[in-house]
Design a binder for this molecule. Structure first.
Ligand SMILES: *Cc1c(COP(=O)(O)O)cnc(C)c1O
Length: 466
């Protein structure tokens, strides 16, 4: 990674004769630099950046996997780029065909009966799913206000349930899995849904899932599947088989769209037949061989996106699934193998794996023992930067102390995993002071994260340039 002492644009020294480059329209509050300086500045910044294309990015739960450039080529097609969302249905039959077919593909991947591709993020999918649950109970005249969520859940789960107007009941885990007794005690006639991800955020498969589904059915409640990390089970099993009623996926994790940088994404929602009529409008339907947008759905929760979501993300997923076909399950095999291989190496190197056992696509270490030496998870994370690795997710899930959540993804080579494991082993034996003051070799040293959150300067305009 390059390292420059790069000033902000407004700090770059201007020359008097740069005036010839100034934009004459009006006095704009921007640093009027010549193009040469500006290009150099942004290229320097890009060279100091880190991304999936430059190195290992094992951010647990986030699935920062490599995405084929072929998919970018597919969406850069002019036939797609110049389609306008207000175009007549008759003139966009190809796009509607792709939406229609992708919905079917996702149904067979997840075991659901119907899908809406509109939601634009995982959290957006969760909110859509919760609104569907709410509409369902309203339609059958039952007042159910509670959603149960395990303490290992992704933070978006309780937030989405709350946004949809539910009260959240959190239940504790037992040995890193759902505690059946705690679940049974939490269930009542007020329970609307149980939100669960399987494998859970520790990368552990919930083996009692059939019993869990049975409990929910008995209580007349909905079982919601957070399928953000579908690369853990693709083609091996699915939420439909497990007994789930509603599912969301993150196409921007598993299905070929890069994740991060704020989007665009897609969080499609799938449901079992009895919930189909509540899906958002419009739905893409087919009549006499023609596709059309169907708005005539009296039970629908309504519109949740402008137009039809992020079409380019949908198209990439469609192309990716066609490309992989039956091989989709190989993705899962590699993701799970990589994760278990790396977990064993790190365990042998001296790292602690709470609730030790086989994992799915990710695993979580606890670095709490390093506290005796005054070292925290964040110190090890920062030190990894010095060795050219992006750190894993830290301090999540909340049920593991000094959590270090690693998701190697299916795309990494054995060589990369070995290098990462060797580096982690080396770090374990490094001097405390080196770790606490890391990173040492980065363009930016340890940042003050509290100050950055409290005093967020997000555009150069906030810097009050004169
Ligand atoms: C990423 C993730 C989400 C949220 O997805 P966004 O697209 O970031 O809103 C939800 N649940 C799990 C388990 C995730 O990993």
């Amino acid at each position: 990674m390059a390292k420059y002492d790069e000033p902000l644009l407004n700090e770059i020294e201007k020359r008097d004769d740069d005036k010839i480059f100034e934009v004459e329209r009006e006095k704009l509050n921007i640093p009027n630099l010549n193009e040469r300086e500006v290009v150099k500045h942004f290229i320097h910044l890009s060279q100091m950046n880190y991304g999936v294309d430059t190195g290992f990015y094992p951010l647990g739960s986030c699935t920062m996997k490599y995405n084929y450039k072929l998919m970018e080529k597919v969406v850069k097609n002019d036939k797609i780029n110049y389609v306008h969302p207000l175009q007549n249905e008759k003139s966009v039959q190809g796009c509607l065909h792709i939406i229609y077919e992708l919905e079917k593909m996702l149904c067979s991947i997840t075991g659901m009966d119907a899908f809406s591709l509109q939601p634009c993020a995982g959290a957006h999918g969760e909110l859509t799913g919760m609104l569907i649950a709410k509409a369902y109970f309203e339609s059958i005249g039952e007042e159910r206000k509670e959603v149960i969520i395990p303490d290992s859940a992704h933070g978006t789960n309780p937030a989405s349930a709350k946004m949809a107007g539910f009260e959240v009941t959190e239940i504790p885990s037992k040995n890193g899995k759902v505690d059946m007794n705690a679940l049974k005690n939490a269930i009542s006639e007020k329970t609307a849904a149980f939100m669960l991800t399987n494998p859970n955020t520790l990368g552990i498969f919930e083996e009692e899932i059939i019993d869990i589904a049975e409990e929910m059915k008995k209580a007349g409640a909905i079982l919601y599947y957070d399928g953000a990390n579908m690369n853990a089970i693709l083609g091996k099993t699915n939420p439909g088989i497990m007994g789930f009623d509603i599912v969301h996926l993150n196409l921007h994790k598993t299905f070929a769209t890069p994740h991060g940088g704020g989007g665009p994404g897609a969080g499609p929602v799938g449901v079992k037949k009895y919930l189909e009529k509540f899906l958002p409008v419009p739905r893409v339907c087919k009549k006499n061989g023609d596709y059309f947008f169907d708005y005539n759905r009296p039970y629908s929760i309504g519109k949740i996106s402008n137009f039809y979501g992020n079409f380019s993300v949908l198209l990439k997923a469609y192309a990716y699934i066609l490309l992989k076909g039956r091989e989709l399950e190989k993705i899962t095999e590699r993701a799970v193998l990589n994760s278990n291989y790396l977990m064993e190496k790190l365990r042998n190197a001296g790292y602690e794996v709470p609730f030790y056992g086989r994992r799915m696509h990710e695993f979580v270490l606890s670095l709490s023992k390093l506290r005796e030496r005054g070292i925290k998870a964040i110190d090890v994370a920062k030190r990894l930067l010095d060795y050219g690795f992006h750190p894993p997710t830290i301090y999540f899930p909340l049920i593991v102390e000094e959590a270090f959540m690693i998701e190697p993804t299916e795309d990494e080579s054995k060589k990369t995993l070995d290098e990462f494991a060797d580096t982690m082993k080396k770090i374990l034996h490094e001097d405390e002071e080196i770790l606490k003051n890391s990173p040492h070799n980065m363009p930016v040293r340890r940042v003050n994260e509290v100050m950055a959150v409290r005093n967020a300067i997000l555009t150069w305009n906030d810097l009050k340039i004169h």
